[in-house]
Design a protein around this ligand. Structure first.
Ligand SMILES: [Zn+2]
Ligand SMILES: [Zn+2]
Length: 450
């Protein structure tokens, strides 16, 4: 597996100040670390995990982290940076800053931009942008089909050589099974993951929300759960037939969890992700007709939400991904039916899961911490770890403070968060990505200065 630092970001050439994070509750389930320790970061690496109060590094900044957590930083395999063509919503600089603020040390950007990212030159241009502007390492996917038209495959081997990290037509499903079949057979040459937005366009029709009792009451057209699960079943069968691997994006329905579980049990190389909003919210939110609750796949019923949580616990759902999808106000502040689909998510992801699932005792903190970075594995990157000798990719998290999402504004250029205005418990204070400090929360930065 490749290190996350293989990806592009602007900190590559910068000096990395040494840090001693003292008396922190250090938790890295993958490495079997769960103890109060001093984390010594030297030369961009976790140099040492020392007994509390004993960590030293000459000239290092010492951070008193008593009562705070240090986790491996998070990795998001599903982000929309909207560049090129949608810079009124986001770009590499603002999106990667939002990622750093959320505790991420790496993100993967989708290719459904305007125009779509479908040539080696597109990938090279974006990598240059990331090397100049990104706060954290960023990888770029290329589309699976030219222009996302769903017909001709892109030059997958060339795109791989140019540094694409995977393929996806996300935003759209691959409607033609034979097109996907050919892509899966080419995977042997290009060697990269194929990420799939699973939806049967005929079943989804003009739906704007989950099909169920709430859509019936509101008189809105629904997107049935089987629109997703039937396509996952088709594509799992194709992957098995071609001996290929697939990653299913933003799982939303109970039926989909069942399909993925069955495919895994049958030995299919399939991984999948779920978003914080699908893990914590349901279609009841849509009763407000607030377009901040409009996304695709839609928020579904309580039974679906519970199945996703259970799937995450059982390991059927491999990782948490945000599907961070920024939109400018003019595309969201319109009647529900007309609004764009998608919500932002990088800056609230961990605090939302912590508040709604960890603190009430639904999910174990260690399990959530592991799933927040497991998306790296699905794309061939070594997940971050706090084991001494590793590149320093870590997040300092204070579990105590209550804060209002969005009250201090957002690092993202867009504000279409479905958690805007929500009281959340626990906050990212600092993110170290690939050895460098990528983010400090404002109150924490002031505390350090005094
Ligand atoms: Zn999608
Ligand atoms: Zn997406």
């Amino acid at each position: 597996m490749r290190p996350i630092s293989d990806l592009d970001w602007r900190g590559r050439a910068e000096p990395r100040p040494d840090l001693v994070i003292s008396r922190a509750a250090v938790l890295d389930p993958r490495a079997g670390i769960d103890d109060v320790l001093d984390v010594v970061v030297r030369g961009g690496e976790v140099a040492e995990l020392a007994p509390p109060g004993t960590g030293e590094a000459e000239g290092a900044e010492v951070i008193d982290a008593e009562g705070k957590h240090v986790f491996p930083a998070f990795f998001d395999p599903h982000v929309h940076l909207r560049t090129p063509g949608g810079e009124d919503a986001e770009d590499v600089e603002t999106g990667s800053r939002a990622a750093a603020a959320g505790g991420y040390c790496g993100i993967l950007a989708m290719a459904n931009t305007i125009p779509p990212v479908d040539t080696a030159a597109d990938i090279s241009a974006l990598r240059e942008r990331a090397a100049a502007e990104a706060s954290v390492p960023v990888g770029f996917l290329a589309t699976l089909t030219r222009g996302m038209a769903g017909e001709e495959l892109t030059e997958m081997a060339d795109l791989s050589d140019a540094g694409a990290v995977g393929f996806s037509d996300d935003g759209l499903p691959v409607r033609d099974a034979n097109v996907l079949r050919r892509a899966l057979s080419y995977q042997r040459l290009a060697g990269l993951q194929i990420a799939l937005h699973e939806e049967d366009p005929d079943l989804s029709g003009k739906g704007v929300m989950h099909e169920g009792p709430v859509s019936a009451v509101l008189g809105l057209e629904g997107i049935p759960a089987v629109s997703e699960s039937t396509m996952i079943a088709r594509d799992a069968a194709l992957a098995a037939y071609e001996g290929a691997r697939i990653h299913v994006q933003h799982l939303s329905a109970r039926e989909s969890v069942d399909v993925v579980a069955a495919a895994k049990a049958a030995g299919v190389a399939i991984s999948c992700e779920a978003t914080p909003h699908h893990l914590t919210l349901t279609d009841e939110e849509v009763r407000t007709l607030d377009a901040r609750f409009k996304m695709n796949p839609p928020l579904r019923a309580e039974a679906d939400r519970q199945a996703l949580v259970e799937g995450l616990r059982a390991g059927t759902v491999d990782c948490i991904a945000t599907d961070h999808a920024p939109h400018p106000p003019q595309r969201k502040e319109v009647p529900f039916e007309e609004a764009a689909m998608g919500v932002t998510g990088l800056e609230t992801a961990f605090a939302v899961i912590h508040t709604d699932l960890v603190l009430p005792g639904v999910l174990d903190l260690g399990l959530v911490v592991e799933r927040m970075s497991a998306g790296a594995t699905a794309f061939g990157f070594a997940p971050p770890t706090l084991a001494p000798g590793s590149a320093a990719n870590l997040v300092l998290f204070d579990p105590e403070p209550e804060w209002e999402a969005g009250a201090d504004g957002w690092e993202s250029r867009s504000a279409n968060s479905c958690f805007d205005g929500r009281r959340l418990r626990g906050r990212v204070l600092m993110t170290v990505a690939a050895g460098g400090v990528a983010y400090r929360q404002r109150s924490f930065a002031l505390g350090v200065a005094t």
